[in-house]
Design a protein around this ligand. Structure first.
Ligand SMILES: [Zn+2]
Length: 1018
């Protein structure tokens, strides 16, 4: 996305194995003329200016993905990607000196499919000569705040697989190019390093950080992206001088108004000397902030190059005349990878500064903190998170079923791979797109989920039958979160199959919307399960969301010990009367006691492990765990958004919007000081329904046997009739002396220390005390009482990405929803005011509150990680009606089975198992603990690959980089020297570990990727 006028002004002011060759990454086909071999060498004694022509093609923003590709709806934006690629190719062919980089495979792959063989041959030659280079190479340029690492790795992998299939080694990206995302995560950089990249560039860091780095020539550094020792997790990182656009006055694009080079000296408008002088002044100013004689000139912008002849004709002249007239500068066409190679060559053993934290939050003036988008479009963020769980399940089942893994055989999965790739774009899951674009994303995602559902059903049809009967079509209920599911509401005999995508056994509770009656739930052994029928307490706001539901209750039971990478089927019968022969059923069916709390009554609920006390106002007052009381309060509150028109200053007049969080200066206000309560208690779950208002409610639940408190919030439509935008937070306040410290995850993986009103590497002047302390939370946020030797921890684990902070010691808050009335002037051109079904969006989500007052030396994260993993990879339910008796069903279908021979060790997660090419599969194994997080689980762990799967022997496994597009044995990254507090300069160059024949050792937080062949066991 492009900065509009105001933004530009600001920038100016602040300045074993055997694998078939087809299945392999096509590294053997390297041409000697692509990659670093294609680079134009720098010259000594001058400023070498790498002219980098590029286009920034958002995979949806003001227009939908298709509208951008085809160039339609010019009223929104004049932008058509098909024309960009067409015209760039034509211009590249004209002159071998010209270069161009392309980034987004969502667009390029579509364009490629539409080309003739002749055109494809031309493009392949350009790629093999390094004239067209792919940078980043993911399906999109993903957001770094709202994305989970599983999603990032997948979307990068899918784009780079297209490149590898199409162009082989010359299509392999070497550089991360995150020029537009609004803040940069440590995990993202770690992922790039593990993909074998030699560097990453971006444009957006805090304006104060940038100005200090400029002054200190620290615009480029080596970023240590992991706590694990080992060189492979560090990466060269370059920050742009300003925006990623061309220098002021040098945008030669059809959408720009800058003057072209007018080089006829007789012309009254002759401007060569002036333009050269302007450019040289820009170059020399810029060179002062960079450490080597090389600088990069990014020549391009959003959707530039639709008429690439205009760009290249003028850039040709720019290069020629500046080299002729400009003293001491040397311009040439180049690429980001050639730039990195040039400075690596020049710097030699010169030490580079280092960085270990991240670049959040981003702000580009004292009042523009880009921390609102951490929460923007909360319903969509939740959908994306769930869709990832389903994509992983769908891919695992396809592999485990031995289903067709040819390209054609995977088409039902490909659809979701692509839509999830689009969803990670920095204006998609970020929530910073126009409303009509958001609707398009949701539709595309929904259609793809339906495709993958069919694939899952196909896989089950191959895997489950053991008798003569074919498996009934599996059905899926996407609206369980609003207690709506046609099959469970209307069938008197049905099965529910829970598939567990985790590598460990899982016990969870299943809640199914049903009508009142008596039910029998049989587990695979035929044992009757204890069930609890929980009445659906009418919540006005959510009823509108479930118009088709007839459910009056939820049928609740514990789905215990669902096998790892496996399924468990439960057989359910409804009987209408509950009399006579059903007396046995009634013993298993536990009732729920429901009552309305009296005003001022103090309520408590317990599950035996913990007890939650509510005060006389109906709010949580304390939690008792193991006999120890932790005093706390929790409430839903709202910030009043800054409106527009408060000031003449462009800084002071910034409203809260899709990108920006800017409360109006006051603290958050409780939605209500009192909640009315309905208390439901039973054998399996006890819950307190808190109603704060017609648009805000919660259910606080404790399930039998579980150590966390579930807080399900329902918020919306947020009232804005008073002309005030509102941003809703859930705030937990305790007395824990957290000393200004709190901890947040990085893309759901690493955990980073945050300090209130503080940045680790530069001096923060607190201009927005709330928004400037917000960080992206993908998985967890916690506070504890002592950094080294904590007694007590209070954590929230979330079910979607949100913004969060700790504004007072002992306090944590997460923003759950926002509805705003003004655009924040960063380009989207709409207030973030989601209509939902009309009156405003209603959102429901869950926080898992974890409290432990007696850590006794245990690292808090060792309690949080298992919970976070469980919430991230929840079992996926599918249903079928049946007329078969239980016995018949059991005789015909496998009701319980693991895809693994044994559960993986507690510190290992199988991040990826998916069909790859021509009978091979992609496997990723991940160590899920960091150094020092656990006395034993943080140790390296070794697995024997051959014996991993239950029904297959892994007969070959070859390690690749994280992206699956290069053999690990062929990785050779550029070496760098650093100036951090290591005893001696650290060489960052790496060789990945050699593959063991059958055993794989994972270091803390390490992910290892393999292309495997699976041979069925007989
Ligand atoms: Zn963008």
């Amino acid at each position: 996305m492009k900065l509009p006028y105001i933004g530009i002004l600001l920038l100016l002011v602040f300045g074993c194995c055997w694998i078939t060759s087809d299945a392999a990454p096509k590294s053997q086909r390297a041409s000697s003329s692509c990659g670093y071999a294609s680079c134009t060498p720098s010259k000594p004694g001058v400023i070498n200016v790498h002219v980098v022509p590029h286009t920034h093609d958002d995979v949806g923003w003001l227009k939908t993905v298709d509208q951008y590709y085809y160039g339609s709806k010019t009223g929104y934006q004049r932008a058509g990607v098909q024309y960009i690629i067409d015209s760039v190719i034509k211009e590249l062919v004209k002159d071998p000196a010209r270069r161009f980089i392309y980034v987004e495979m969502a667009f390029f792959s579509q364009w490629w499919q539409e080309q003739t063989e002749e055109k494809k041959a031309v493009v392949k030659q350009l790629v093999e000569e390094g004239r067209l280079e792919f940078i980043n190479g993911g399906w999109c340029m993903n957001d770094e705040a709202g994305t989970h690492y599983n999603d990032i790795i997948d979307q990068m992998t899918w784009g780079m697989r297209f490149l590898n299939d199409t162009f082989g080694e010359c299509g392999r990206p070497r550089i991360g190019w995150q020029i537009d995302p609004f803040g940069h995560s440590r995990e993202q950089a770690s992922i790039f390093a593990s993909m074998g990249f030699d560097g990453v560039f971006f444009g957006r860091i805090d304006w104060v950080d940038r100005s200090q780095r400029k002054a200190n020539k620290e615009m480029e550094m080596i970023w240590h992206t992991s706590n694990s020792p080992g060189e492979q997790s560090s990466i060269f990182t370059g920050i742009f001088y300003e925006h990623y656009s061309a220098p002021n006055g040098f945008c030669f694009d059809v959408v720009c108004r800058d003057e072209p080079f007018i080089d006829n000296p007789k012309s009254a408008d002759y401007n060569v000397v002036k333009k050269v002088n302007d450019l040289v002044a820009h170059i020399k100013a810029k060179a002062l902030s960079y450490a080597t004689s090389n600088i990069m000139l990014t020549m391009g912008d959003d959707f530039n190059y639709m008429s690439a002849d205009m760009n290249f004709k003028n850039m040709d002249k720019m290069i020629r005349y500046t080299n002729e007239l400009g003293n001491g500068v040397n311009l040439f066409y180049s690429t980001p990878s050639c730039y990195v190679k040039a400075i690596n060559d020049e710097a030699g053993s010169r030490p580079w500064p280092t960085k270990t934290d991240d670049f959040f939050p981003y702000s580009n003036d004292p009042h523009a903190y880009w921390t609102g988008y951490f929460t923007s479009r909360p319903a969509y963020k939740g959908t994306v998170r769930k869709a990832n769980t389903f994509l992983q399940s769908c891919k695992q089942l396809h592999s485990l079923a031995g289903a067709d893994s040819s390209a054609d055989g995977q088409h039902l999965i490909d659809s979701l791979r692509r839509s999830m790739g689009e969803a990670q774009h920095h204006d998609a899951v970020a929530g910073t797109e126009k409303e009509h674009v958001s609707q398009d994303y949701r539709l595309r995602l929904h259609d793809s989920v339906v495709d993958c559902q069919q694939d899952v059903s196909n896989s089950f049809s191959k895997m489950l039958p053991i008798g003569s009967q074919p498996l009934p079509q599996q059905e899926f209920c996407l609206h369980l979160n609003v207690s709506q599911c046609a099959i469970t509401e209307s069938s008197s005999r049905f099965t529910v199959t829970a598939y567990n995508p985790r590598s460990h056994e899982v016990t969870t509770y299943v809640r199914l919307p049903v009508t009142n009656g008596f039910y029998t739930v049989l587990d695979p052994d035929g044992s009757e399960m204890i069930i609890q029928l929980v009445p659906l307490v009418a919540l006005q706001s959510i009823d509108a969301e479930r118009p088709k539901s007839t459910a009056t209750h939820e049928l609740l039971f514990q789905a215990a010990k669902i096998p790892p990478l496996g399924h468990k089927t439960f057989y359910i019968i409804k009987t209408s009367t509950g009399r006579g022969q059903h007396s046995a059923i009634r013993e298993k069916q536990q009732s729920t006691t429901v009552r309305r709390a009296k005003t001022g009554e103090k309520i408590a609920i317990s599950n035996g492990k913990l007890l939650v006390n509510f005060d006389a106002n109906g709010l949580i007052e304390s939690i008792i765990v193991d006999g120890e009381t932790v005093m706390m309060s929790q409430n839903l509150m709202w910030y009043a958004a800054m409106n527009e028109g408060n000031s003449n200053s462009i800084f002071d007049d910034r409203p809260s919007g899709a990108y920006i969080f800017r409360p109006n200066g006051t603290d958050a206000t409780p939605i209500a000081m009192q909640a009315t309560l309905i208390v439901q208690t039973g054998a399996l779950v006890s819950e307190v329904h808190q109603k704060f208002s017609d648009w805000a409610s919660q259910v606080v639940r404790v399930y039998k046997g579980q150590s966390d408190v579930e807080i399900e919030w329902t918020v919306g439509p947020i009232p804005v009739g008073d002309g005030i935008g509102k941003e809703i937070v859930s705030r937990v306040t305790t007395q824990i002396p957290s000393g200004g410290r709190f901890y947040t995850d990085s893309n759901g993986r690493q955990t980073l220390l945050r300090r209130r009103n503080f940045r680790p590497t530069w001096t923060l002047n607190v201009s927005e005390p709330v928004a400037g302390n917000y960080y992206p939370i993908n998985s967890h946020i916690y506070v504890t009482d002592d950094e080294g030797n904590a007694d007590t921890v209070v954590a929230l684990v979330n079910d979607r990405s949100q913004g969060g902070t700790s504004l007072q010691d002992g306090q944590i808050e997460l923003m759950v929803h926002r509805r705003l009335l003004y655009d924040d002037h960063f380009g989207v051109g709409e207030p973030l005011n989601e209509p939902g079904d009309g009156p405003g969006l209603v959102v429901r989500g869950t926080h898992y509150l974890l409290v432990n007052p007696s850590l006794a030396g245990i690292h808090p994260i060792s309690l949080i990680r298992p919970l976070a993993q469980q919430m991230f990879m929840r079992p996926w339910l599918s249903f079928s009606s049946t007329s078969l008796s239980f016995t018949n069903w059991k005789n015909n279908f496998n009701m319980q089975k693991s895809g693994l021979r044994a559960p993986l060790p507690d510190n290992v997660h199988m991040l990826t198992l998916e069909p790859w090419r021509d009978g091979t599969h992609l496997l990723r194994l991940e160590h899920v603990y960091d150094i020092g997080e656990h006395s034993t689980l943080s140790e390296p762990v070794t697995l024997i690959l051959d014996d991993l799967l239950a029904d297959y022997t892994i007969t070959s496994a070859v390690e690749t980089t994280l992206g699956g597009n290069q053999w690990a044995s062929e990785v050779s990254r550029l070496p760098w020297t650093t100036a951090d507090d290591h005893q001696q300069p650290l060489k960052v160059s790496t060789k990945f570990q050699p593959v063991g024949k059958t055993s794989v050792t994972l270091l803390p937080m390490e992910i290892r990727t393999f292309i495997i062949q699976m041979t069925p066991n007989d």
